[in-house]
Design a protein around this ligand. Sequence first.
Ligand code: TXA
Ligand code: MG
Length: 319
Amino acid sequence: MGRTETGKDIQKAVKVLKKGGLVAIPTETVYGLAANALDPEAVTGIFEAKQRPSFDPLIVHTDTLDKVSSFTTHIPEKARILAEKFWPGPLTLVLEKQNIIPDIVSSGLTTVGVRMPNHPLTRELLSQIDFPVAAPSANPFGYISPTSAEHVAAQLAEKVDYILDGGECKVGIESTIIGFDNEEPVILRLGGLSIDEIEDVIGKVKIMPHSSSNPQAPGMLKSHYAPKKKFYLGEIDELLKDHPGEKVGVLTFEPMETGHPYHFALSKKGDMHEAAANLFSLMRKLDNSPIETIIAERVPDTGLGKAINDRLSRASAQS
Ligand code: TXA
Ligand code: MG
């Protein structure tokens, strides 16, 4: 296969997908690693490229509600309201699937995660194919999700047939996932659409506490989104005392004085959207810096802050 080509050629991406190949696609949340969701062999390629365990189901991406109806059996009333309000956008709805969605996509569950991503290149791509694409985040399993074409190329280059370059992801963290328990919505993963925005539209929603043994969302393993370096989360002053003289990289919400050269702030002015958009690329930057340990603080637990804190605490789960 040689070096993977990166570019903005939608026709090439369409061609690769039609032939059963893998295309990295830009979305507003993170880059996805896409294949024809109706072709089990193509989907197997995703699991191999990511070294992803087969018990972790994939999200299926498409661009119209008619297409969604062609592979799901039932859309709960509140799901429809959310879809109409927030799609295309950083929201995944877990819906009952038709048999046309192969078991490998849903890990044998009777449901399928569905999302309409909001990125002009990918929307154009999806409008030109008559099948949905299954796409997990385009990173090796367990590592930090990619928010640029360069991130994808750095880790999966040889394993992908084409990288569709749509620039940097604007939201920067994965979609919020909502499942339904007897028509009642349950948040299965915090993400780029905040709880407040959701509750404004459909009222109070339950939030599933994450757990690695949660059969509803088998992919929500506690340790995830993790850098290779040791990653500690807590009060910056205390963490700095705990790691004296070490080559420490620092990640804070806003700029502050630490005297460390590898210190990055998620936001210049305390803006949660800016912090989310910068989170994964700064974690990556620190992971690639000549330091030994990364220390980070939580952000305020409001709006997207909850999802950012979720990613930070999972990144630190192994350390
Ligand atoms: O923003 C996103 O959602 C990105 C972009 C590429 O769209 N995708 C993404 O996919 O984050 P991934 O594979 O990293 O996360 C998929 C997760 C699974 O780990 C699982 O937690 C949940 O979605 N999921 C998928 N299908 C499900 C189902 N049928 N029931 C419950 N959870 C499901
Ligand atoms: Mg992922």
